[in-house]
Design a binder for this molecule. Structure first.
Ligand code: ASP
Length: 336
């Protein structure tokens, strides 16, 4: 009798899907947490630390989802792992501005209500992604910058950390190299550290969220804010299509709204994978420089694309973790 009831219910679901369409009839999607650790000219010596970092981040985010945490909890956890990891240009390990200081940008966005929160040029916090989430959940604004962002974070109970604790030897060397090159172009990523971090996630109901966090570009002007905290550029989420987190030269990403561009191309019928690489290449063709992006459709389809030399990425789906850093990579780790 029970079996008959289940069968009847399944038939009703299938018929209603045909009659009212997929939007009205929620599907079961296999949850995914997909992360990146920045696009650019990554020196070979950095491959292993970055690959280890992205794998740890994807697993941390997926574990949160598996234990019943929210999508936002999952992407925040994944990004915080990388903000704490000096292999990445975010939080601890951020690159330095022209004055040798750390100023960070971050965003979170959820795709059900199109709500976003972001911070720009924030100093002295360990986890800018968390402050971005606090902006989304506790203010009527989307983006807070500089002193105002830090004052808000402190008011919400986020402690100050000394700037020195965020600064690494690697970031100092990158700034020295930039200054010695006499370049006035901080968008030349080969001169500085790369490693912006991002995460996207989809749950079993097809809801999507994204988060991105960065120290920006080495040698940038004081007060420079890049693409990362701008909805549509550093990240975008829309349950009707999917979610994207980007990395690369912010001054180019902003000109084409790269995250939104990926979703627009998907809307025209392309897969997450096709749209991701097409959008990145369109950016380069139109305005120059290179970038990368990670994408999930609301059905859990995966897009990983970059036209820089490398981009570290990893995702967990079920008990498999996939990861890579060079074009064509797809290493797999089984989780027991
Ligand atoms: N998009 C970041 C910025 O321009 C940098 C990066 O992704 O490497 O601030």
């Amino acid at each position: 009798m029970e079996l008959a009831k289940v069968l009847f219910l399944m038939i009703v679901i299938c018929i209603s899907r045909v009659v009212v369409g997929d939007e009205m009839c929620p599907r079961m999607v296999e949850p995914v947490v997909l992360v990146h650790g920045g696009a650019g000219d990554i020196p070979d010596s950095q491959d292993q630390p970055k690959l280890e970092g992205v794998r740890r981040a994807a697993k941390a985010g997926y574990a949160v989802l598996a234990q019943g945490g929210s999508l936002l909890d999952a992407v925040q956890a994944a990004v915080e792992v990388m903000e704490d990891d000096e292999a990445f240009n975010a939080g601890h390990g951020s690159v330095l501005n022209a004055d040798g200081e750390v100023e960070m940008d971050a965003i979170v966005m959820e795709g059900t209500g199109l709500n976003a929160g972001a911070v720009g040029a924030i100093k002295n916090v360990s986890h800018p992604v968390y402050v971005a989430r606090l902006v989304m959940e506790n203010t009527s604004h989307v983006l807070l910058v500089g002193d105002g962002a830090k004052r808000f974070a402190n008011d919400m109970g986020v402690p100050d950390v000394p700037m020195e604790s965020l600064i690494t030897q690697k970031a100092k060397h990158a700034l020295e190299k930039f200054k010695k090159s006499k370049s006035n172009d901080p968008t030349r990523t080969e001169l500085g550290g790369v490693g912006t971090v991002g995460a996207v996630a989809v749950d079993s109901e097809g809801h999507v969220v994204c988060a991105t966090s960065t120290g920006g570009t080495s040698g940038k002007m004081v007060g420079r804010v890049g693409d990362t905290p701008i909805p549509g550029s550093g990240g975008y989420s829309d349950d009707q299509i999917g979610t994207v987190s980007t990395t690369g030269v912010g001054e180019s990403i902003m000109k084409v709204n790269l995250a939104h561009l990926v979703l627009n191309i998907m809307k025209q019928g392309k897969t997450a994978q096709e749209a991701t690489i097409e959008a990145v290449n369109e950016m380069t063709n139109r305005v120059g420089k290179t970038a990368g992006a990670i994408t999930l459709s609301n059905a859990g389809d995966i897009g990983i694309g970059f036209n820089s030399k490398k981009m570290a990425w990893a995702y967990q789906k079920g008990n498999e973790v996939h990861y890579g850093i060079r074009e064509g990579d797809d290493f797999i780790e089984q989780i027991n």
